[in-house]
Design a protein around this ligand. Structure first.
Ligand code: DLL
Length: 432
């Protein structure tokens, strides 16, 4: 919860006032300390005094990943190097990494944000959290670790990989909470199942994020591991994990609005979309000292709601992510997201939630092939059963995506497992 002074959940007016006063201070600080923004504001003919509250937000310039790259590594930092307590970086598959920095105060706020999300998921000081996000330049491991310590729970800092060791520690140390990507959680669940150890673990919850996943996947993991699964969202540029997370009602992710001011815009017109419509999520940081950002374009697609949640929280909520605008495939003119495939597959019996989409171009025509893992028995049974299932999946996918899909069923373990963010698409068109 984000409380007001009388320990009630903040009203919308109280939140708006807090955001406005923080924004005004932030803009002043940034104008005087970050040459990149000062120049941009001067070019646009804006002075810090023109920003008097959040209603003036649209006067500020947008920031993109390219801006961070162009100012690599520390060009957008707003404090002297001696005040930087830590740096992280996002790997970036193309070009330079984007580097982010934190002061001690930034790390304290970040830790609190993660702790709030853990609390929302029912985690307490009695819990032990097995942190399977990567430790290092990636923000996942250390971000969740510090949040765990801030809450007073016990951190088991495993980082990624070494599945057998992960499982042994999970059992021996009695981990009650798993923090990992949903795809790695799936991998751990499979390994537990195969070795008949599903009933030996003490997990009650999992805090999963860093990649898009569907409600169907949540239910699947909850059933398999006998846990409650929660969504945690964040991005390195804005902070790391902990920008938003969901509560027991799973009706969207609550944004830490006192620190991150959200907008949802149409990525083409750059104007706000109507409430409830899907658009690109944009954040302005309100309290960050080292790397404050104006209107950072996340490329993540979601919708926003300001209605009070059933849990009592009043923060704005964003809907579960459909994907990133750059994950969206355009196949024969139709927009396709990997999350649509995941959601459809999980409704079919005998299918494992492990799939790989291969997009290709034959002549001038795009084609989509989906490799899907199915239970072993289909390969020992009569070939007719395999054929039947292939046709059924192709039909379900065609109706979910609106295009014809070639389906190839493969045996369990054929598709490469990821220890971090899952790779669901090979787009061969980009390779030509
Ligand atoms: O993935 C931070 C993080 C670590 C979040 C651990 C949650 C848990 P980046 O590597 O900078 O940071 O990647 C950020 O990942 O813009 C989204 O596209 C995607 N993403 C993160 N969380 C979710 C989520 C971390 N819960 C990018 N659902 C973001 C969907 C997510 N996508």
């Amino acid at each position: 919860m984000i409380w007001n002074e009388t320990k009630e959940c903040m009203s919308r007016d109280e939140m708006t006032n807090l955001q406005s006063s923080r924004l005004v201070k932030m803009v002043n600080r940034v104008y005087h300390n970050v040459e990149f923004y000062r120049k941009k504001m001067q070019q646009m003919g804006i002075e810090p005094g023109d920003i008097t509250g959040i209603e003036d937000l649209n006067k500020l310039p947008f920031t993109t990943k390219a801006d961070l790259r162009d100012n690599y590594p520390f060009g957008l930092f707003a404090v002297p190097k001696s005040d930087i307590a830590r740096v992280h970086a996002s790997s970036g598959t193309t070009g330079k990494a984007t580097v982010v920095g934190y002061t001690k105060k930034d790390i304290a706020i970040w830790s609190e944000c993660v702790a709030r999300i853990l609390t929302m998921a029912g985690v307490t000081r009695e819990d032990s959290i097995q942190v399977c996000y990567g430790y290092g330049l990636f923000t996942g491991g250390l971000g969740v670790h510090y949040g765990t310590e801030y809450l007073g729970a016990t951190a088991i800092p495993m980082s990624t990989g070494n599945t057998e060791k992960q499982l042994n520690i999970m059992m021996d140390f009695g981990a009650t909470v798993l923090a990992s990507t949903p795809s790695y959680a799936m991998h751990l669940a499979e390994a537990l199942e195969e070795t008949g150890r599903l009933d030996k673990i003490k997990l009650k919850a999992a805090i999963m994020g860093a990649e898009p996943w569907t409600d169907n996947m949540r239910t699947h993991l909850e059933t398999k591991l006998n846990i409650h699964a929660f969504d945690i969202y964040g991005l390195s540029e804005v902070m790391g994990p902990g920008v938003a997370g969901d509560c027991i009602y799973h009706k969207g992710l609550h944004i830490q609005e006192d620190h991150f001011l959200p907008e949802v815009i149409d990525p083409h017109t750059l104007k706000p979309v109507e409430f409830g419509e899907v658009g690109e999520l944009v954040f302005t940081t309100l309290t960050k000292e080292a790397l404050p950002l104006f209107r950072y374009r996340t490329k993540d697609l979601t919708s926003i709601s300001y209605e009070k949640c059933e849990c009592g929280r009043t923060q704005a909520r964003i809907s579960r992510f459909k994907g990133r605008s750059d994950d969206m495939l355009i196949i024969r003119g139709v927009n396709v997201f990997p999350s649509q495939v995941e959601s459809a597959l999980l409704n079919i019996d005998g299918v494992k939630p492990q799939y790989l989409m291969v997009v290709d171009r034959v002549g001038n025509l795009d084609s989509l092939e989906v490799l899907v893992e199915v239970e072993e028995r289909y390969f020992s049974d009569e070939i007719r059963e395999l054929d039947k299932l292939t046709k059924k999946i192709a039909k379900v996918l065609q109706s979910a995506l609106g295009i014809a899909v070639k389906v190839k069923l493969v045996e369990p373990k054929t598709i490469e497992r990821s220890e971090g963010k899952a790779k669901r698409v090979i787009d061969k068109r980009k390779l030509y």
